[in-house]
Design a protein around this ligand. Structure first.
Ligand code: ATP
Length: 282
C-alpha cells in the first residue's frame, strides 16, 4: 500500500528525514513512533503528497505519490485544519462537496460514536479534543484506503482515546484500511498496532511486524561480574549494583545465572532510543 525507498526530506541544511525504506502492510495498523523532532510529521506530510521528497521515492498502491492528496488517502494533520467559521454540520457538508467518494452517514456515525459534538456548533468554539474528533470524522468520511494520522490521541480524554482506537480497529477490520498513526502514547497504541516504524533524528531505527520484532529480542538479566551473553547485536547494557540488564537481538544461549524474557513494546522502543542518543553523543 505504501512503500518508501531511500526517502529523505531536507529543510535548508537540516535533514528531517533521511534514507528511509519500508513497506506498510495492507489492512493493518502501523505505529509511527519517535521522540520530538524525529521526523514523524514530515514523513506523514510526504506520504500525504503535501510535501515533496528531497531524495528517494514514495509509492501508494504502486503509484508515485502525486504533489497533492491522493483520492485514496486521508490525512489528519497535527494542526487539525478546519474552517473556523463553519459549523460542524457545514464542515461535514463541505466534505461531501469536496470529495468524489464520501459517506455522510459514516462521518456522522463516527462523530456520534466519539463525543456527539452538536452539528450546529461553530468549529472556532470547539475544544482541541472536539476539533480532533470532527477532523477524524471528516478523514473517515472520505472512505480512505490509506489513513494517515498525526498524533490523533494527543488531546483526547481517556474515553475518547479508547473510542477512537475502537473506531480505527473496526474500520481496519470492516473496510481493510491501511493505517499509519504517529503517537507518543505507546501504551495506548500497543494493543492495536501490528507494525512498528521507529524514527530518531530522521533515521529509521526499526521497521517491522511488532510481534516478530519483539520475539527477535530478549531482555537479559544477570550478575554484572560475569561475562555478558553472546548476542547477534547488543542494543543497550545497563548496570545497577551487582546486576546487569541487557537488551539484545539474536540471543542463542542463556548462560547460568542469567534470565531471558521477551521485552514489552515500550521497553524495546525506549532502549533503541536511548542507544541512538548515546551513540550520537560519542
Ligand atoms: N517547515 C519546516 N522548516 C524547517 N524545519 C522543519 C520544518 N518542518 C520540520 N522541520 C524540522 O524537521 C525535523 C523533524 O520535524 P517533525 O515535525 O517531522 O518531527 P516530529 O517527529 O513530528 O516531532 P514531534 O513529535 O515534536 O511532533 C525537526 O528538526 C524540525 O525542526
Amino acid at each position: 500500500m505504501l512503500t518508501a525507498s531511500g526517502l529523505g526530506r531536507r529543510f535548508g541544511q537540516v535533514w528531517a528525514l533521511r534514507d528511509c525504506s519500508f513497506t506498510l502492510p495492507e489492512g493493518r495498523v502501523s505505529a509511527l513512533v519517535g521522540p520530538n523532532g524525529a521526523g514523524k510529521s514530515t514523513l506523514l506530510w510526504v506520504a500525504a503528497g503535501l510535501l515533496s521528497p528531497s531524495e528517494g521515492s514514495l509509492r501508494v498502491s504502486g503509484e508515485p505519490v502525486p504533489g497533492r492528496i491522493h483520492p485514496d488517502v486521508a490525512f489528519l494533520a497535527q494542526s487539525r485544519p478546519l474552517y473556523s467559521d463553519f459549523t460542524v454540520a457545514e464542515t461535514l457538508r463541505a466534505g461531501e462537496k469536496l470529495n468524489d467518494r464520501w459517506s455522510a452517514e459514516y462521518a456522522r456515525e463516527t462523530l456520534s460514536l466519539l463525543s456527539g459534538v452538536a452539528p450546529e456548533r461553530k468549529v472556532r468554539h470547539l475544544s482541541a479534543g472536539e476539533r480532533t474528533q470532527v477532523a477524524l470524522a471528516v478523514a473517515l468520511g472520505r472512505l480512505p484506503k490509506l489513513l494517515l494520522l498525526d498524533e490523533p490521541l494527543s488531546d483526547l480524554d481517556p474515553l475518547a482515546r479508547d473510542e477512537t482506537l475502537r473506531i480505527l480497529m473496526t474500520d481496519v477490520a470492516e473496510r481493510g484500511t491501511t493505517v499509519l498513526v504517529s503517537s507518543h502514547l505507546l501504551t495506548d497504541l500497543a494493543p492495536v498496532c501490528d507494525h512498528l516504524i521507529l524514527l530518531d533524528r530522521g533515521r529509521l531505527q526499526l521497521a517491522g511486524e511488532v510481534e516478530e520484532t519483539l520475539q527477535a529480542h530478549r531482555v537479559l538479566v544477570g550478575p554484572a561480574a560475569t561475562a555478558e551473553p553472546a548476542t547477534e547485536r547488543l542494543i543497550e547494557s545497563t548496570r545497577t549494583g551487582r546486576q546487569a540488564v541487557l537488551l539484545a537481538r539474536g540471543v542463542d544461549a542463556v548462560p547460568d545465572g542469567w534470565t531471558a524474557t521477551v521485552p514489552e513494546l515500550e521497553q524495546l522502543v525506549l532502549s533503541y532510543l536511548r542507544a541512538a542518543r548515546a551513540s550520537a553523543r560519542q
